[in-house]
Design a protein around this ligand. Structure first.
Ligand code: ADP
Ligand code: MG
Ligand code: MG
Length: 885
């Protein structure tokens, strides 16, 4: 198997491994692809991801084969370019670029202009006729190489550059002249020698291998690890290394560099979108050193900017770029995010990939591209990440609300967020762990800030464009972001900031509108999102393609309405205990629990009956015509017990029973492990009067609502925590008996079902027997995960993160179903249940019912429906369609 693949020049692309991202990484595969369709790509080669992993496992050593293959590939590049690496007269320079399977923005390191030393820099200057350019390139190289490979403090170099500019009275890098750069190179070399105890490496081959090693090793850097964990990227993927001939955007006024999207990544509109800089190298655009210019005339005019657009300043190169955009979209059939450089008027392509986009843009592009005939409906459905819909389903700022606008930045990532100002990532994490909403405010963000950006509700930066680190990462995370807000100035030592002419302290509340770039004082009210348009179209397509039903987990009429609005086809889980916590009812519930005998309990339950009936009636009215699964009381009673003295006193007064007596009762009822204690159907077995009351409330409410006319609901009465057939048999008989009584009293009968949750391993194993008593199973995967893994969800916090970090759990098993283990129980129970009761209805109501990967599994084992919390219903609809395709 090849360790290195060539691209550009006369490279041969016949080995399919070269276009496989798992082998050559995203960047390498796409460079080969672009070169293969005849686009202008500087020649180079890609070292496989496999090599990076074997380098790491070999204890950071290169294999002999790799050394030989790289030497051969370097010769390929030299031939293609017509220059030799290390040639003192006319040197070949290369970039060394990392490229994992998926893009990890800013996570891995790149070295540009490699191959320069004290001798070749003179050759480059003489040969190009641009000595400023040669010395600028050399100082960039020393700076990057020292940072990435030698791991010296980059602040030292930046400081030296600042001082050099100050000494000469310059404001920007552009003013630096050839001999200014040359002097700075001397200073840089001194810094290296002082810090390292050795001079800057002059041997170009040593430079090359040093850079390759650094890219390999960056896979195990802390920031790469954090990024991997946040994005569920396995450590076993590794990164490829791309070595590529340099092209120069810093060769004067006819040279430039830029980044662009073939459509607007923020709105999805079909307009070219991007930023560029004249006389600059790649990193300058994203680093925010200079303010980038607009790509198109229309955008520049709309923004009222002075600096010319590329369309105006370099019409020929721009025309060529536009042609490439169209070619790339037709080839990849998706929006592309590209990097380009213009060297003395000639366009070169340095990267392309499917562009990250906001949820809104993803939807619009999917629907538009299907309409344009670029993709089919199925592909459109698959294009949108269901989880990304979350961004669209949440509220935006109320356009009619008053806004105390402080200033404006770039609308870098849409959505609205309010929260307390925090000035660094650690504080953001700390405060958010205390359940506070925070807005992270930074001059600009860097990969070290990722954890803080994740913890924040929104991100505000003083510097950086639409493609800055903050903007790209925020869009990926779905966090609203306003970038490049020059009105913001931060005083970190005082923990204060100014926005425009107003002072703020860390902890003051501000609001961001990522769609307009506005920054506002205080909290601005929000409104519900609009669900028509592209969203509605895609959801219709999804509904046509999905097999499973989608229900919701809801227990309040409000939640039911929201869920119905989002397309829920019934209730999959109505947790009745939530109704017990209501302020007006908790005392009756406590009286019931602490009663000494059945008659005491019945008296208390009698007070609860009308309340509970009212709850159900309202839910049934909201859900007319749809099935509603109602779970009878489930939690351990200790959750309702009074704990504070005032609570005991209150209760003692209302029951006319002594406080001491109540406390003694409470002590008697204490459980050591309530989650595995007296709960679920065990309550129904020992205190049948509780379930009788609930069943009565359900059937009376159903009769009441049916009597009002309209489509009747179908109550599905669900018995929790069943482990044996006999439990379900006893309780099913109880429910049937109550139904019979109510129907006789009311003079009507209604359809209803009795079924059970499958949430204990024994129930899953005995599903064949249990199904004889059940008309439906609903997989309670939260408890099933707890009981199968022997992990208490409430106590797992202490070890869950390290378990995920170490790869012991692939993901948090309470978020994404443990398909390998718990999944077997689900699959087996589904099979055994169907074997005895072929028409048994199967659904899932755990948290996993709203998780796309778990939904895909439900499709695979043939469940009839999934049930998700109201805001997850559209996510589940789309995920169910994707699973069915
Ligand atoms: P990242 O993944 O962080 O974008 P890249 O490897 O793509 O890192 O490179 C960083 C910057 O350097 C980009 O702007 C890229 O276009 C530029 N660059 C990389 N290789 C070359 C090259 N051979 N010639 C000119 N510019 C390059
Ligand atoms: Mg790049
Ligand atoms: Mg449960």
């Amino acid at each position: 198997m090849k360790t290195v693949y060539n691209f550009g020049g006369d490279a041969d692309y016949s080995d399919p491994r070269q276009k496989d991202k798992t082998v050559t990484g995203g960047k390498g595969a796409n460079l080969a692809e672009m070169a293969g369709i005849g686009l202008p790509v500087p020649p180079g080669f890609t070292i496989t991801t496999e090599e990076s992993l074997s380098y790491l496992t070999r204890g950071e050593a290169f294999s002999d084969k790799l050394r030989a293959d790289v030497a051969a590939s370097l010769a390929h590049v030299e031939r293609a370019v017509g220059k030799r690496f290390g040639d003192p007269e006319d040197p070949l320079l290369v970039s060394v670029r990392s490229g994992a399977r998926v893009s990890m923005p800013g996570m891995m390191d790149t070295v540009l202009n490699l191959g320069l030393n004290d001798v070749t820099v003179e050759g480059l200057a003489a040969n190009s006729g641009h000595s400023r350019f040669a010395w600028d390139s050399y100082r960039r190289f020393i700076q990057m190489y020292s940072d990435v490979v030698l791991e010296l403090d980059h602040g030292l170099f930046e400081e030296a550059l600042e001082i050099a500019k100050e000494d000469r009275g310059y404001f920007t890098d552009v003013e630096m002249e050839a001999d200014d750069w040359q002097k700075l190179v001397g200073q840089f070399k001194t810094i290296v020698e002082q810090e390292r105890g050795e001079p800057f490496p002059q041997d170009v081959h040593e430079q090359l291998w040093g850079a390759i090693a650094a890219v390999f090793e960056s896979w195990e850097s802390d920031r790469a690890k954090v990024y991997r964990r946040l994005n569920s990227i396995p450590a076993g993927w590794g990164t490829a290394v791309n070595v590529q001939a340099m092209v120069f955007g810093n060769m004067g006024e006819t040279s430039a560099t830029g980044v662009a999207f073939t459509r607007d990544p923020s709105t999805g509109e079909r307009t070219y979108y991007g930023e560029w800089l004249v006389n600059a190298q790649g990193e300058d655009v994203v680093a925010g050193i200079r303010t980038p210019q607009y790509l198109t005339k229309a955008r520049r005019e709309a923004a009222g900017a002075d600096l010319p657009s590329m369309e105006e300043a370099m019409p020929e190169a721009y025309g060529e770029l536009a042609r490439v955009f169209d070619l790339l979209e037709t080839h990849y059939r998706d929006m592309q995010d590209i990097e380009f450089t213009v060297q003395q008027g000639k366009l070169w392509m340095l990267q392309t990939r499917s562009g990250k986009r906001t949820a809104k843009a993803a939807l619009k592009m999917a629907v538009d591209m299907a309409d344009e005939g670029l993709i089919d409906q199925e592909t459109a459905i698959l294009r949108v990440d269901p989880m990304a819909l979350d961004q669209l389903l949440h509220p935006t700022l109320d356009p009619d609300a008053e806004r105390d606008v402080l200033g404006k930045g770039l609308p870098a990532s849409p959505g609205a967020a309010s929260g307390k100002i925090v000035l660094d990532a650690d504080t953001a994490e700390l405060w958010s762990n205390r359940d506070e909403s925070v807005i992270l405010v930074r001059v600009e963000t860097s990969p070290e800030d990722i954890h803080g950006m994740h913890a924040a509700k929104g991100i505000l930066t003083a510097r950086g464009g639409m493609t800055s680190h903050a903007a790209v990462v925020a869009r990926g995370m779905g966090r609203p972001c306003v970038s490049g807000a020059s009105a913001v100035s931060i005083k970190l030592d005082e923990r204060t900031l100014r926005i425009g002419d107003r002072e703020f302290k860390e902890g003051d509340i501000i609001t961001l509108d990522g769609a307009t770039g506005e920054i506002m004082a205080g909290q601005v009210p929000t409104i519900e999102p609009e669900l028509a348009g592209d969203f509605g179209v895609l959801m219709d397509w999804a509904d046509k393609h999905r097999r499973m039903g989608v229900r919701t987990n809801a227990e309040t009429p409000d939640d039911c309405r929201t869920a119905r609005g989002f397309g829920a086809e019934g209730i999959g889980l109505c947790r009745t205990e939530h109704m017990f916590f209501d302020a007006g009812r908790i005392s009756a519930v406590r009286a019931m629990i602490l009663a000494d005998d059945e008659s005491g309990r019945r008296a208390a339950l009698h007070r609860l009956l009308p309340e509970q009936r009212g709850d159900f009636a309202e839910i049934f009215r909201t859900m007319t015509g749809l099935p509603c699964t109602i779970r009878l009381l489930d939690p351990p009673l200790h959750e309702f017990m009074p704990t504070r003295d005032e609570e005991f006193e209150e209760l003692s007064e209302s029951l006319s029973v002594g406080v001491d007596h109540l406390k003694r009762r409470a002590a008697e009822l204490h459980e050591f492990n309530p989650m595995l204690g007296h709960r679920g159907c065990r309550l129904g077995i020992t205190f049948p009067e509780i379930y009788e009351m609930q069943a009565r409330a359900i059937f009376e409410a159903a009769c009441e609502v049916t009597a009002e006319g309209g489509d009747p609901v179908v109550p599905e009465v669900m018995i929790p925590l069943v482990a044996t057939r006999r439990e379900l048999e006893i309780l099913r008989e109880l429910v049937d008996r109550v139904a019979e009584e109510v129907f006789t009293e009311q003079g009507r009968t209604l359809d209803y079902l009795v079924g059970t949750m499958i949430e204990l391993p024994r129930a899953a194993l005995m599903a064949g027997e249990i199904a004889q008593e059940a008309r439906f199973f609903s997989f309670g995967t939260n408890d099933l995960t707890q009981t199968a893994l022997g992990v208490s969800r409430d106590d797992a916090g202490r070890f869950l993160a390290p378990y995920v970090d170490k790869g012991i759990y692939a993901k948090d098993p309470f978020v994404s179903l443990d398909i390998d283990g718990v999944g077997q129980l689900v699959e087996l129970a589904a099979e055994r249940g169907r074997a005895t009761t072929p028409d048994i209805k199967l659904g899932i109501c755990g948290e996993h019912g709203g998780d796309p990967e778990s939904i895909a599994f439900c499709e695979k084992v043939g469940l009839d429906y999934v049930s998700a919390s109201p805001y997850r219903v559209p996510i589940a609809r789309l995920a169910a369609a994707q699973a069915a395709l």
